[in-house]
Design a protein around this ligand. Structure first.
Ligand code: PLP
Length: 381
């Protein structure tokens, strides 16, 4: 078992302040009382440490600030109907963080430590997990090159950190369709590049297009492939799916994982739920789809619905595509029925209100037991 150190906060927010934040959280603004850190020095990982949330002391020569070795993850802890903290598919995020690390020439975490860190923080700050349907404790694990040096090479020191913040349901009470700008000029990821890694630089590279879309009153950007500028890839931080009518059949399709698309846990979970007939879908396909096929599908009526999916929003209906001067309305421009059924099915599984496939929803208590950590050590009494 990896070395664990626990230092509980002596300066926690008051219960009144915590309640105020948990009941009306602003995404990514207010963090819980603790965080986790684990340093990598001289070829080995140091202790996994739960400690009070606070600033990191960094040299101006910190390598990540110069050459960008920085990766992250995102997953959520929920409350089960019995009030117990559970985490959705943490093994998938652990595997993806390892893949991102390898792509960026960074070390991978010791086996099981990613899951243990999530469980420790969720348990220590369990009072911060909202119980409202759709709300959750958002977990943000990340890792960066912490070595103070300016050589252009992979760093020899890293820091793994985990922080958490409560989040409300992305849409509040009414799910609204988003508008999405088709980006015809810039690209997010090229074959052989970094698109499949949850790598900080990917997001910075998309911000200019995102800013232009925002200035035009649009919500998101839809990226096309880097070679032909016609094959649909994904949004800035969400995968994309389409619902088609093919004769009498209903089909769900999403672009295949080609190395330029992020392998979303929400994406793969929705595909699995759809194959198990959530949303009454007949065919589930991972298939290349061009922007022309989508525009033609809207004209012919074969394309019924489109939506984006990712941990933060879960499922976000796409109502309108904006392609240069053209505004293309999908369906009636509002959330489609298949989209909403899939969204409900997914949320019910995530909140442990409906049984999902084995091992998807993991109780925090089970994860701590696996790591031989007594939960009382993480509690303040
Ligand atoms: C994180 C992310 C997604 C969604 O992945 P989930 O695991 O479902 O949250 C999709 N695309 C990009 C580019 C992302 O960074």
């Amino acid at each position: 078992m990896h070395d664990v150190e626990i230092e509980l906060s002596t300066t926690r927010r008051s219960e009144a302040r915590r309640r105020e934040i948990v009941e009306r959280p602003v995404f990514g603004q207010d963090f819980t009382d603790h965080m986790i850190t684990m340093p990598y020095v001289d070829g080995a990982w140091g202790p996994l440490r739960l400690e009070p949330f606070g600033p990191l002391a960094l040299s101006p020569a910190t390598l990540a600030l110069h050459y960008g070795q920085a990766i992250f993850e995102a997953l959520k802890a929920y409350r089960s109907p019995e009030g117990e903290p559970v985490i959705f598919r943490p093994d998938r995020n652990a595997a993806r963080m390892a893949a991102s690390a390898q792509r960026m020439a960074m070390p991978t975490l010791p086996e099981g430590v990613f899951e243990t860190s999530c469980a420790m923080l969720a348990e220590a700050d369990r009072d911060w997990i909202p119980s409202e349907h759709g709300a959750a404790l958002y977990l943000r694990p990340f890792m960066f090159a912490s070595e103070a040096h300016l050589s252009v090479r992979p760093a020899q020191q890293y820091l793994f950190v985990l922080i958490a913040c409560p989040v409300a349901s992305y849409f509040g009470h009414d799910v609204a369709a988003i508008t999405v700008a088709v980006e015809r000029r810039e690209v997010r990821a090229a074959p052989g590049g970094t698109g499949a890694a949850k790598f900080a630089g990917n997001y910075a590279a998309g911000f200019a297009a995102h800013g232009r879309a925002g200035a035009a009153g649009l919500d998101q950007v839809l990226w096309l492939d880097a070679v032909e500028h016609r094959w649909i890839e994904e949004l800035n931080a969400m995968n994309v799916m389409f619902v088609w009518r093919r004769g009498q059949r209903t089909e769900l399709s999403t672009p295949p994982l080609s190395g330029t698309i992020l392998d979303g846990v929400t994406r793969s979970s929705l595909l699995e739920l759809a194959r198990r007939s959530a949303g009454q879908i007949d065919d589930v396909l991972e298939r290349p789809t061009s922007i022309e096929q989508v525009l033609e599908g809207v004209r012919s009526g074969e394309l019924l619905e489109a939506f984006a999916c990712g941990t933060a929003a879960v499922v976000a209906p796409i109502g309108t595509l904006v392609d240069g001067e053209h505004h293309v309305v999908i369906g009636d421009g509002g959330p489609g029925p298949v989209t909403m059924q899939l969204r409900r099915a997914m949320l019910d599984v995530q909140h442990a209100r409906a049984a999902g496939p084995d091992g998807w929803v993991v109780p925090v208590s089970e994860m701590l037991a696996r790591a031989s950590i007594e939960p009382s050590r993480l509690r303040d009494r």
